[in-house]
Design a protein around this ligand. Structure first.
Ligand code: ATP
Ligand code: MG
Length: 331
């Protein structure tokens, strides 16, 4: 029996003056799955999340969360979702513990439930020791974790996370991924935005790639990797001195051989395993010693480069800063 999708974006458009920040974006997120909205700075990710969470009104198109229309039924949408924004939402002058309790009060939880939930969340996000410190004195990573803890005070059926792991150290990032996987196992549907390819790769069931406000690709990580970019044959020679002769040998069998001196590697496009076995025997019949021979699938980074002509994680600060938006709605 078909169930209502947890989230649907339907031809969403958002203009700021002449600027089209979101340009006809549509996607569907089935219940209990994870959608990764992947895109570089300024792609339109936050703007999409803001429209889907009723914080900003679409110029045209609409979205549904748990079956409720964000324009016609904003209250019902808000009741079925949680949101952790990109900018911190916690109160600086309160302690971690107090922030969590304040949110609990907003949700109408009893103080007993609230204490239990706050303690659990503080522990889950390794904040127990910092529970009674004011947030002003937290590190960036601790704030980020508290932000997430706050969004989980009342576990909503649909959770929106805007760049949840930006600013986290690698260990906290892994911990957070575990927490998120657990939430999804418990039935939450998750939409997260990210600039990190690895995050989308590891966490998302489906990835929607956004660039300049448009959907430029969508599918599972595997589908995206298969659809663009070709697998590469990678030969690592044991001795750097052998690189030129190894390159020459390889060039007599395949075209487009690329030499990476620092990695002692040769790379060439490959179509499949048969290429690899053929090249293995070529090297076996030579005096060149090799450390490794393998086929490398394109990474999501390669995919992104092939789709857009630029890297997703490029450190560009070209994205403008947000200015006044007359259609903003206060939360
Ligand atoms: N309130 C606003 N007024 C004018 N332009 C805006 C506003 N909000 C966003 N924009 C513009 O819309 C585009 C998309 O911005 P958005 O913040 O959605 O991108 P993003 O993908 O979330 O980027 P980042 O990864 O840096 O968070 C950008 O060019 C941005 O400058
Ligand atoms: Mg953003």
């Amino acid at each position: 029996m078909p169930t209502t999708p947890a989230i649907e974006a339907i031809n969403l458009v958002k203009r700021f003056g002449d600027k089209v920040a979101v340009d006809d974006v549509s996607f569907v997120v089935p219940q209990g799955s994870v959608l990764g909205l992947l895109g570089p700075n300024g792609a339109g990710k936050t703007t999409i999340v803001r429209m889907m969470t009723t914080l900003s009104i679409p110029t045209s198109g609409t979205a549904r969360v748990a079956g409720h229309d964000v324009i016609r039924e904003p209250d019902a949408v808000r009741r079925s979702m949680g949101l952790t924004g990109q900018a911190a939402t916690v109160d600086e002058l309160l302690t971690g513990q107090e922030n969590l309790r304040m949110i609990g009060r907003l949700y109408g939880l009893s103080s007993r439930d609230m204490k239990r939930i706050a303690d659990e969340l503080l522990q889950r996000f390794s904040l127990t020791d910092a529970a009674d410190k004011v947030v002003k004195d937290y590190s960036g990573g601790m704030r980020r974790r508290l932000d997430l803890a706050v969004s989980l005070v009342a576990v909503p059926p649909v959770l929106f996370l805007d760049e949840p792991t930006t600013g986290l150290d690698p260990r906290s990032r892994l911990e957070l991924w575990d927490v998120l996987r657990q939430l999804v196992r418990d039935g939450t549907t998750l939409l997260l935005t990210t600039q990190y390819l690895e995050e989308a790769d590891r966490l998302a069931d489906e990835i929607v790639v956004i660039d300049h406000g448009k959907v430029i690709a969508a599918g599972t990580a595997l589908q995206l990797k298969d659809s663009s970019g070709q697998a590469a044959l990678v030969v690592t020679v044991s001795h750097a001195d052998d690189l030129p002769s190894a390159a020459e040998l390889l060039r007599s069998h395949v075209s487009d051989v690329h030499v990476d001196e620092s990695a002692r590697q040769l790379t060439a496009p490959a179509t499949g395993l048969s290429d690899m076995t053929r090249i293995a025997s070529v090297f076996e019949g030579s005096t060149i010693e090799i450390d490794d021979l393998g086929l490398k699938r394109p990474s999501l980074d390669d995919v992104f480069l092939a789709l857009t002509g630029h890297r997703a994680e490029a450190d560009d600060t070209a994205a403008g800063t947000a200015t006044d938006d007359s259609t903003e709605v206060s939360a």
